[in-house]
Design a binder for this molecule. Sequence first.
Ligand SMILES: *Cc1c(COP(=O)(O)O)cnc(C)c1O
Length: 361
Amino acid sequence: MARVYNFSAGPSMLPESVLKKAAAEMLDYEGCGQSVMEMSHRSKVFESIIRGCEDLLREIVNIPDNYKVLFLQGGASTQFAMIPLNLMNGSGKADYVITGQWANKAYQEAARYGDARAVASSKDKTFSYIPKLDPATFTPDADYFYICMNNTIYGTKYHTLPQTGNVPLIADISSCALSEPIDVTKFGMVYAGAQKNMAPAGVTIVIIREDLLGKARDITPTMLNYQIHADNGSMYNTPPCYTIYMCKLVLEWLKNDIGGLANMKRINEAKAALLYDFLDQSELFRGTVVKEDRSLMNVPFVTGNEEMDAKFVKEATAAGFVNLKGHRTVGGMRASIYNAMPIEGVKKLVDFMKKFEAENR
Ligand SMILES: *Cc1c(COP(=O)(O)O)cnc(C)c1O
């Protein structure tokens, strides 16, 4: 069986060893005679899976004890409403930096509930950079300050965090979670939809400082209240059991096969450097993002000619490099090279791009 190199922005590749382990355990998980898909979420076996997943995440990401880990549903997009419903309840103001479609959707959702302020935007240049931020322009009594840390569609990433003082910083880390170490103490909350770098689709992981719990508005639906999920160990209702199990397998792979986030970062930097170094000297292709704000995970590039882009995507697909078509708002191509993309996949893509360039100059 031939597996392709899958550059999808999400859902995206999972480590092959994780898929094999899941396949081997599909019918009979650890001798209990059932699949994880079939067991009660209240069973001892599943309890050990969800708590094991949380423990591993705490260990690998170095999450302090005063933060809760929540396993939620509704995708990253449900957080766009949960954040204001739960946290925009002091001054009723919150600052947002508009660095792309996901940040903008979060901002628009928050604006339905309170005084959401766009403190900066990079829309003027199709979100190809992270705006320079001046703390003097921030709202001093904001309930929180919101960023999208890695902009999946546009391929930008914050390499330094905004200085928000006492205002809790909240980050959408959907497309960079587990790609490198992060200092959780710098944030009030981070969250990620799992399907980019953590697991299959179905679970959203929220890491939230305990003092931010218990501030939800009265109208907040029970299922959208962080406190409810924190008080119930993410088992207020049935959690996405199988996805949480898969997340645990991915975390075991990160710990045992990769050796943790510092190693993961080195590997991701090596992969990204292969691609960016090639783009920087290519006469056919070029990256679309300013150098200092480039993402390690999502690498958009273009030829400058739509027909040539389409030809490249078609020939790449035929050669086994799939899902390279860029987002419709940027055009061109995007290679998402998440944790599970092996370095050989990027090397072979670059070789293919060199060959294509030689043939099409
Ligand atoms: C994919 C993505 C989302 C949306 O995730 P859903 O789980 O589909 O709601 C939000 N933010 C970022 C940064 C993403 O990459």
